[in-house]
Design a protein around this ligand. Structure first.
Ligand SMILES: [Zn+2]
Length: 288
């Protein structure tokens, strides 16, 4: 992947690398308390983080040390460039296609652990989006894991991860996350998991859509092997693949992100069509 026009703006960027926030920070404010009580009543967390990968375990994460992370400016520049380009693409789609104003999220890079509006986060959660504070959280060390443990190296594999998280922000902006949240207390766990799969596959579709439009808007130029590297990433983090790897078998009812085949399919569909209206995973017969 080559940059034709990289937007390096740090307007929507928060760099927390190299200074871990201690756990147990007190959260003030009545609003938080109300939300907490509500969530206890409903027995669910109303501000759940939307993670890229289901079932990552603590042991599996190899974090780089702080100085190494700080040195890795190239990775940060790349990720910020993808993040900004996703916002540029989506502003355009919101304006021209949806006739809405787009409000960009914030990208937070961190090392090891940090606090989010959705609670304490560590690298073991993998990259995620928090709807409560509208921020995308990434420990850049995840990209080493993507290349080494998940065997999905390459620029477009990393870009897919970032574009997927921005995809969740699109769902927040469009009210899709709120709708799913409202349904949540009425669904069984298996039904809720199914709903979550649709959210995740739509975010994969949005990531593919980003790649199509970023190219069309002359922000990036794709090279030989790029598409394969993104597809490989989508494949590597499918629930069935991860579960088989971890426990030797897969339990479809517990899938929260979709199978490898589904994740590849939806990313590719976004990339091939570039058509926003093709991404309605909630009404797709194959997912019901
Ligand atoms: Zn996700």
């Amino acid at each position: 992947m080559k940059w034709i026009n990289r937007n390096d703006s740090e307007t929507n960027y928060e760099d927390r690398r190299g200074r871990g926030v201690k756990r147990g920070i007190t959260m003030g404010g009545g609003g938080i308390l109300v939300v907490l009580v509500l969530s206890l009543l409903l027995g669910k967390n109303p501000m759940q983080m939307l993670e890229l990968v289901g079932g990552l375990t603590e042991q599996s994460v190899e974090t780089v040390d702080e100085s190494q992370a700080k040195e890795n400016e190239d990775l940060k520049d790349f990720t910020l460039g993808v993040f900004n380009s996703a916002n540029d693409v989506w502003s355009e789609i919101f304006r021209n296609r949806l006739e809405k104003n787009y409000k960009a999220p914030v990208l937070v890079t961190f090392t090891g652990q940090t606090q989010s509006g959705c609670g304490a986060a560590s690298s073991s959660s993998g990259p995620f989006y928090c709807p409560a504070d509208e921020k995308v959280y990434i420990d850049l060390a995840f990209f080493y894991e993507l290349a080494n443990r998940f065997k999905a190296p390459g620029d477009l594999a990393m870009a897919y991860v970032t574009a997927h998280e921005v995809g969740h922000h699109i769902q927040k902006q469009l009210g899709i996350l709120d709708q799913v949240q409202q349904l949540r207390s009425r669904l069984s766990e298996a039904q809720y998991n199914k709903m979550n799969v649709k959210l995740e596959l739509q975010a994969d579709f949005f990531a593919g859509l980003w790649a199509y439009h970023a190219q069309k808007m002359n922000i990036i130029e794709l090279e030989q092997g790029d598409l394969e590297s993104a597809i490989k990433a989508a494949q590597a983090i499918g629930d069935d693949t991860l579960q088989k790897e971890a426990q030797g078998y897969a339990v479809p009812d517990s899938f929260t992100h979709g199978t490898s085949a589904q994740r590849m399919y939806w990313f590719n569909k976004g990339f091939q069509t570039g058509d926003y209206s093709q991404g309605d995973t909630f009404n797709d017969p194959s997912l019901n």
